[in-house]
Design a protein around this ligand. Structure first.
Ligand code: OSB
Ligand code: MG
Length: 378
């Protein structure tokens, strides 16, 4: 694939309602989209960094800097046999997984389109449907949370994940568990607790949680190993795992029993694929997490979720849960059984609504093979 052009743009999209986690509340998303033109085909990717560095170290603006000053100029005009060659090209750029992932995934979409294959097929996916759960933001009180859970269960979602933080945790989970004794239920703390909270976290054993996601420090695998030895809830690591080596360390240390794979957090489809395979061969279940993506990131999550290691329902849910109007056609829809049908059209399998993307764009920058330099387009 000859990389003719790379266009990076920022779009702004308002969530239907604010999403609260232990690290903050977001309502207006600032999303970077990457379009790569290779051999005449357009591939699309999404940078899943947040607006603030509360989940991980990257932000919309750090990703813009990395893409504009390093990755854009590096990639323009290059010839890649496969999208999977991209990680090697950017290996000297430390970290910045979400910025890299936006570009790598656009290359995967382009490669799949050029080959006339669905992205799922190209990645080695084996499922026609994926199982869906939802992630519910922190609510005002337990009653409001129970009502929201009832609504999502009625829509068919197979697993409910509750965001928790100190002071908005035990009572909230207890209320949901009392109302729904048998559902698959998990919690996600986004690193809000400390080793001193072990006694408190052990109280959640009574709820028979499917998992407790990232209770401790965002960057500390060892602390989770110590906690896992003292609680029954299976720990799932999210923030701590940036690549396959981290996953292998966590598994070896018994720091978790489940891993959340986010394509952006691990740097793109190539690493996500390696990671799910490493977990599968070691009997560690994985599932696909989300980052409040627009339809483009969502479509990439759908494709990744079809790989054989993804044995638990993920956080990949319907476009309409987050957006009044998505940027893809059709939107991502969830059946009454809580599944998403994997598209069979080539590439990500959803049409990018260019007119809508254009209208939502607040800045963009293009890098072309011809000039090798960046061209300011707005
Ligand atoms: O930890 O999984 C997380 C959203 C933003 C940042 C971190 C997380 C989340 C979610 C939402 O849980 C998942 C989704 O996109 O539906
Ligand atoms: Mg999480």
């Amino acid at each position: 694939m000859k990389i003719e052009a790379i266009v990076v743009r920022e779009i702004q999209l308002r969530l239907k309602s604010p999403f609260e986690t232990s690290f903050g509340t977001v309502e207006n998303r600032r999303i970077l989209l990457v379009e790569v033109v290779a051999d005449g085909a357009s591939g699309w990717g999404e940078v899943t960094a947040g607006e603030a560095p509360g989940y991980n170290a990257e932000t919309t603006d750090t990703a813009w800097h990395i893409l504009r000053d390093f990755i854009g100029p590096l990639l323009a005009g290059k010839n890649l046999a496969h999208a999977s060659d991209f990680p090697g090209l950017v290996a000297d750029i430390r970290g910045q997984e979400m910025a890299k992932s936006g570009v790598e995934n656009a290359l995967w979409d382009a490669e799949a389109k050029l080959a006339g294959l669905s992205l799922s097929r190209l990645l080695g996916g084996v499922k026609q449907h994926i199982d869906c759960g939802v992630s519910l933001g922190i609510r005002e009180n337990p009653e409001a949370l129970v009502a929201k859970v009832a609504e999502e269960l009625a829509r068919g979602y197979q697993r409910i994940k509750l965001k928790i933080k100190p002071g908005k945790d035990y009572e909230f989970v207890r209320a949901v568990r009392n109302e729904f004794p048998r559902i698959l239920l998990s919690v996600d703390a986004n690193s809000a607790y400390r080793p001193d909270d072990t006694g408190h976290l052990r109280r959640f054993d009574e709820f028979h949680l499917l998992m407790m996601e990232q209770p401790l420090y965002w960057d500390d695998i060892c602390a989770h190993a110590k906690l896992q030895a003292q609680i029954k809830s299976p720990i799932c690591l999210d923030e701590c795992i940036h690549n396959t080596r981290h996953a292998l360390a966590a598994i070896e240390l018994n720091a978790c029993r489940i891993i959340n794979i986010k394509v952006g957090r691990v740097g793109g489809h190539s690493e996500a694929r390696l990671l799910q395979e490493a977990c599968r061969t070691r009997g560690v279940p994985v599932w696909c997490g989300g980052m409040l993506e627009s339809g483009i990131g969502r479509a990439h999550n759908v494709a990744m979720s079809t790989l054989p290691g993804f044995s638990l329902p993920g956080d990949v849910s319907a476009s309409s849960r987050y957006w009044d109007e998505d940027i893809i056609d059709p939107e991502v829809e969830v059946s009454a059984k809580g599944t998403i049908e994997v598209p069979t059209a080539s590439g990500i399998g959803y049409q990018v609504r260019r007119d809508r993307v254009e209208a939502l764009t607040v800045r963009s920058q293009a890098f072309s093979a011809k000039s090798q330099a960046s061209l300011l387009t707005r």
